[in-house]
Design a binder for this molecule. Structure first.
Ligand code: HEM
Length: 356
């Protein structure tokens, strides 16, 4: 917990240290935006570039990758092993960090984001860029929570130590212990995993890149918590992949780690509590259930637009129902949701950012 607090207070204190907190608000040179300091004015330009040219205003592969990147950068810190956390080391020291098995696929993310990171390196440090891109990625995904952003992370000093990023074949105990070592409770871990609602895998089964984790990978909804609780019946591609278990819908892939977190007694009731509660998921994502701050939660300001709202209803995929739920929580029943109409789905792959 001490590390989490230290990390948070460092993030919060830095702008003051760097003299970036200036008031009152002034109109930026673009004549449209207002900000409390000139550096924030230039961030509007970066924002427009990322939204229009990196994400192309879509909750697609580039946005998903930007969100995954903040996690893989930020988790690179440990009370014993060291590391700088959300410092951009995953980009600056990519020659080292990309050799870590758990960072498989981050090379593609850096290929996509890297040119933008370079282009704006006179304005944002690598750590700030990754956090800014990650916060903005959510704003193109309907239903996503609004997160906060604060400027001022120093340049990274060294690569993260190895073995700090969780693997999909890790046990629940190991995953929770890793997060606990940097101050995250089981509730906060499950809330963060709502990210897998806008996600898929390229490398877990490399024969089927871009395979989503739920039926709506372009919407930040609670489907991930529903899909993962359903009985797995098929592999979308090949069987026998490390870190993969059977999923309930053709075209979707289930991580073993998500599967176990939905069933383990330490987390199953928490997992279930999000299945029918979009508002809870939004408010607890990154904010944590305690008063302490986490790496994804920084200062809110008008740089980060409000994501489009979620307009659907929590529901079972077509052809599936409450009878297909593997009830795990011992103290409450999984909610009885409506079933989406139509024949069983075959969810298409997420188009890749490199056009493949
Ligand atoms: C228990 C911890 C976690 C494990 C074991 C895990 C594992 C994985 C794996 C194996 C993939 C697929 C990679 C590939 O083959 O392309 C993935 C994708 C992803 N993860 Fe996680 N993850 C965890 C936590 C998180 C957290 C906390 C976040 C966000 C804050 C996150 C965000 C994402 C996103 C957005 C993707 C999709 C990337 C894309 O589609 O390009 N994950 N995760």
């Amino acid at each position: 917990m001490a590390f989490k607090k230290a990390l948070s207070s460092l993030i919060i204190a830095l702008p003051a240290v760097l003299g970036l907190v200036v008031s009152p608000r002034a109109t930026c040179p673009d004549g449209v935006n207002t900000a409390k300091n000139a550096q924030c004015c230039s961030l509007f330009q970066v924002r427009e570039d990322l939204l229009n040219n990196l994400f192309e205003n879509e909750c697609g592969d580039a946005a998903h990758g930007a969100l995954r990147l903040i996690f893989h950068d930020a988790i690179g810190i440990d009370p014993q092993a060291g590391g700088g956390g959300a410092d951009g080391s995953i980009a600056t020291f990519n020659e080292t960090e990309l050799t870590f098995h758990a960072n498989t696929g981050i090379d593609d993310v850096l290929d996509t984001l890297g040119p933008f990171l370079q282009k704006w390196s006179h304005i944002l440090t690598p750590g700030d860029f990754i956090q800014f891109a990650g916060a903005l990625s959510l704003t193109v995904c309907p239903g996503a929570p609004q997160v906060k952003f604060l400027l001022g992370r120093p340049a990274p000093k060294a690569a993260s130590p190895p073995n700090l990023v969780p693997e999909p074949f890790d046990s629940v105990q190991k995953i929770l212990a890793r997060f606990a070592s940097v101050g995250f409770s089981p509730e906060e871990v499950v809330a963060l995993l709502s990210s897998h609602s806008i996600a898929g895998a390229d490398d877990v089964d490399s024969s089927i890149p871009g395979t989503p984790f739920d039926i709506s990978p372009a919407v930040f909804d609670t489907q991930i918590f529903i899909n993962v609780q359903l009985r797995g019946t098929l592999f979308p591609g090949t069987s026998g992949n490390q870190g993969e278990v059977q999923s309930p819908v053709r075209g979707t892939l289930r991580l073993q780690s998500d599967h176990l977190l939905a069933r383990d007694s330490a987390t199953n009731c928490i997992w279930q509590s999000f299945a029918n509660n979009q508002a809870k998921m939004q408010s607890e994502f990154g904010a944590g259930s305690s008063s302490s701050r986490s790496w994804v939660r920084t200062l809110r300001n008008d740089l980060i637009p409000t994501p489009p709202p979620f307009t659907g209803t929590a529901s079972f995929p077509p052809g599936l129902s409450h009878a297909d739920v593997e009830q795990a929580c011992a103290t409450a029943a999984f909610p009885n949701l409506p079933t989406q109409p139509g024949p069983p789905l075959v969810v298409p792959p997420i188009p890749q950012a490199d056009g493949s």
